[in-house]
Design a protein around this ligand. Structure first.
Ligand SMILES: [Zn+2]
Length: 236
């Protein structure tokens, strides 16, 4: 049954005559008595060779695209013109995720149909928890786009510094902007009235974008995500 041409399902390393039932090249386990766990002339189907957890490339792409989306949605508007690499990544994200989800689904299906020995093929570098990576990342991405949580978190951390800058501007000091305030790089601070401040953080597709801080009791008017009573995301 264990013929001379038996080789690893993943890397095709020849498996005949090894001291242990594990591929020395890639670490994939096999069972000499179970033909589904190695490749041979009458070896496993296409499905068995898929029956293992997602690999390094899957994990790296999932984490990188999620980081790009979280970072991109943490700004008042994705300032695509200033970050071409980020822009490419964000535009490619739906395509990358289509591939990742197909990969994930095929592996899950293959694992559910493969024999138990064929499933014991965890890559040495990753725990079985790698299965959870894609669902967790998808939830984070959908929530980032749907609820703007990265922007709310980044703004909440930056808010004390922004309000200090507004107080300084009100006192006639440091009105210019053009510096890091909290976690945002502010290009310009404008004070169009006695109670309103515009913190310009970049350019949207057409107009400048940033935050509006309005100390009046009604708070800022106009469209844009309302962050607190006195703050909103603005496009001018
Ligand atoms: Zn191998």
């Amino acid at each position: 049954m264990f013929s001379d041409e038996a080789c690893c399902l993943d890397c095709r390393y020849p498996l005949k005559g090894l001291p242990e039932s594990r591929c020395p090249e890639c670490g994939r386990a096999f069972d000499p008595s179970d033909p589904e766990t190695f490749r041979s002339s009458d070896g496993p189907s296409f499905w068995q060779s898929w029956g293992r957890p997602p690999g390094r490339t899957h994990a790296a792409l999932a984490l990188l695209t999620t980081a790009a989306v979280v970072y991109g949605t943490s700004a008042p508007w994705p300032s695509l013109s200033s970050a071409p690499v980020l822009a490419c990544f964000l535009l490619l994200t739906p395509i990358i995720w289509l591939c990742l989800l197909i990969d994930w689904g095929l592996r899950l299906y293959a694992c559910s149909t493969a024999s138990s020995a064929a499933r014991d093929v965890r890559p040495r570098w990753a725990p079985r928890g790698v299965w959870l990576l894609a669902p967790i990342c998808i939830v984070a991405i959908v929530a980032a786009v749907g609820t703007s949580w990265p922007l709310r978190v980044r703004f909440a951390i930056s808010r004390p510094a922004l309000e200090r800058a507004a107080a300084e501007a009100l006192a006639g000091r440091n009105p210019a902007g053009d510096r890091w305030i909290g976690l945002y790089y502010v290009e310009r601070i404008e004070a169009p009235g006695n109670t309103a401040f515009w913190f310009r953080t970049g350019d949207g597709f057409i107009d400048p974008v940033g935050f509006e801080y309005d100390l009046s009791s009604a708070g800022p008017r106009g469209r844009g995500l309302r962050l607190t009573t006195h703050w909103r995301v603005a496009e001018w």
